[in-house]
Design a protein around this ligand. Structure first.
Ligand SMILES: NC(=O)c1ccc[n+]([C@@H]2O[C@H](COP(=O)([O-])OP(=O)(O)OC[C@H]3O[C@@H](n4cnc5c(N)ncnc54)[C@H](O)[C@@H]3O)[C@@H](O)[C@H]2O)c1
Length: 300
């Protein structure tokens, strides 16, 4: 029998990509999801077991797991119920720690670059946090809980920057801006970005994020950025999309509808710690990744 792996949020964007790759590598994979924000089609071709369950409540898994990849969370920073975002994300994490303790399993979980707020770039794991949303607060609390366990067990937190790629469409508005801009441009519309397109993001391809999860299994306990280290402005992103799509569409600028105190205007990850201790370096350039993603979208 293969390595027994549990993927929480396994029908969501990152979880489904992780689950499918683990299965391809020969793991015996169980997926759990409450299907609150998921697309069952994301698991097309997946042969493992799918458990429909809310992981913030106890569940007696029959399988004894070797590794848990904890991706489940209420992920929309603008989810209308703050109390639910916080309590479900924390309770779900507690349940996964308890399960990892029961089985002596390795535990890899998703954190976020959102908790660097508008702090200095490139963002280092150790810098002061600036939590702008309840979602970010729940992830910071998870990181603090993990830090207390570093000396006792394997636990690795991955602070994802802006992830994009196949199997994200179900997220709707919170899906990557790359997907939204692609749809606008494909239908001949000008790509709509905030005034004046100078906001910066560290866009990372899902295939790199899956690779980081695999590296995390062998890494020492810790919290690591999962970033490319390259910041791309929204204007530059439109240029790359035009190049890949063979279009020449100028951006249409509009006023940012969000409170600038809760909006990150510039994110870019420092990758030094991840390269050294996680053994992870992103391999996909933005242009290559967008080409790969667009091929996938055309086939869908
Ligand atoms: N996508 C990004 O750019 C990004 C950036 C930073 C961090 N993250 C983190 O990565 C993880 C995965 O995000 P994603 O982009 O795949 O989002 P997603 O919404 O597609 O996936 C989350 C999945 O978790 C499930 N879920 C939510 N609460 C649950 C619960 N209580 N019990 C069982 N299932 C539950 C949802 O139904 C969904 O399938 C999340 O923890 C998120 O915070 C994502």
């Amino acid at each position: 029998m293969g390595i027994k792996s549990l993927v929480t949020g396994g029908s969501g964007f990152i979880g489904s990509n992780v689950a499918l790759e683990l299965e391809r590598l020969g793991h015996d994979v169980v997926v759990v999801d409450n299907f609150q924000c998921a697309d069952r089609n994301n698991l097309r071709g997946f042969k493992g077991k799918v458990v429909s369950w809310d992981i913030s409540t106890p569940h007696l898994f029959e399988t004894k797991f070797d590794i848990i990849f904890h991706q489940a969370a209420i992920t929309d920073p603008r989810h209308p119920n703050d109390e639910e975002t916080y309590s479900k994300n924390i309770e779900g994490f507690k349940q996964m720690i308890a399960l990892a303790n029961r089985d002596g399993a390795k535990l890899v979980y998703a954190s976020t670059a959102g908790l660097y707020g508008n702090g200095p770039v490139p963002m280092k794991e150790s810098q002061a946090k600036q939590v702008l949303t309840v979602y970010g607060r729940s992830k910071l609390k998870m990181d603090e809980m993990a830090e207390e366990l570093f000396s006792k067990r394997h636990i690795v937190g991955l602070r994802y920057f802006n992830v994009f790629g196949p199997r994200e469409a179900h997220k709707g508005r919170p899906a990557s801006m790359i997907l939204h801009l692609y749809h606008q441009m494909k239908s001949g519309q000008q790509p709509r970005i905030f005034n004046w397109g100078e906001q910066v993001r560290d866009f990372i391809y899902i295939k790199d994020v899956v690779a980081a999860n695999l590296k995390a299994v062998e890494a020492e306990s810790g919290i690591y950025n999962v970033a490319t280290g390259v910041g791309t402005s929204f204007n530059e992103l439109v240029k790359v999309l035009n190049e890949v799509m063979g279009t020449q569409l100028e951006p249409e600028y509009f006023s940012m509808p969000y409170d600038s105190n809760t909006y990150q205007s510039n994110t870019c990850g420092d990758t030094t710690k991840a390269e050294k201790y996680l053994g992870f370096k992103a391999e996909w350039s933005l242009k290559k990744a967008i080409q790969d993603y667009l091929e996938w979208l055309k086939m869908e």
